[in-house]
Write a new protein. Structure first.
Lengths: 176, 79
């Protein structure tokens, strides 16, 4: 989980792996400072995020402020793509490699603040509070960013499915 | 009050996370029963989350664990 969190920050496999190793080493060294106020996974994620930001500063030579937070834009189109096609995509379509690749690319191309929240919530499965704590933002911002990230991904992937999915009836249950 | 589609879209993420209040939940479900477009948006968004959680989508690089263990062993030796 540490690696994927770091990849969402540094967007480079080698750097993410190196930072993941540093995170585990740092966590081991500072284990005594873990007092159980947060869940262990949240504590570890916070260390990982700090390592990731450190890497970014090093590689970009940027000041902390400039990479810390991007301005939250109230503009932009965060509405989903209103198509009905996806309902007709059979379950096996989700098994396709190209679709997973398209999702990886779409996530990598999300603006940083959205990608980080999406990664912690939907990939690492931290809850809203834990995500807020790990990123040092408020829970309201987590909800807004998560919603926008999911809508951006939905919009990005629906046309992809539309052009590649076989045109036959199927169903996909609503249960998650 | 009858919800329009845009109102439903605004709450799709919270609906998926089951964090909408009971009254809104009922209104959204009523809307989804009759609106194929919103039902499709909901399904597609959920499918993305299913794909995201699929271990094959976001994999660790080959040899990741071995390299991590090697590095840890080296650190432990040094300390």
């Amino acid at each position: 989980m540490v690696y994927l969190t770091l990849f969402s920050i540094v967007k480079n496999e080698t750097e993410a792996e190196d930072a993941a190793q540093e995170t585990v080493i740092n966590a081991y060294r500072h284990l005594a400072s873990f007092r159980g106020e947060a869940k262990f996974s949240t504590w570890l994620t916070t260390i990982a995020i700090n390592e990731g930001r450190k890497k970014l500063r090093k590689s970009k030579g940027a000041s902390e402020d400039s990479i810390e937070e991007q301005a939250e834009s109230h503009e932009g189109d965060y509405t989903p793509a209103p198509l009905t096609d996806w309902r007709e995509i059979p379950l096996e379509a989700l098994e396709r490699k190209e679709l997973r690749e398209a999702l990886r690319i779409a996530v990598a191309e999300l603006p940083d603040i959205y990608r980080q929240v999406f990664t912690l919530r939907d990939l690492e499965e931290l809850n809203i509070e834990e995500t807020a704590q790990a990123l040092g933002i408020n829970p309201g911002a987590v909800k807004v960013r998560l919603h926008r990230a999911r809508m951006m991904l939905q919009k990005r992937l629906v046309p992809f499915l539309k052009t590649t999915a076989p045109a036959r009836k199927g169903f996909f249950g609503r249960a998650l | 009050m009858k919800l329009d589609c845009k109102h439903v879209w605004k709450h799709i993420s919270e609906y998926i996370d089951n964090t909408v209040d009971a009254k809104l939940l009922e209104e959204i479900e009523l809307h989804l029963e009759h609106c194929e477009i919103c039902a499709a948006i909901l399904d597609s968004t959920r499918n993305i989350l299913i794909l995201t959680a699929d271990d094959r989508t976001f994999e660790l690089p080959v040899g990741y664990s071995e390299r991590l263990h090697k590095r840890l062993a080296k650190e432990l030796e040094r300390s």
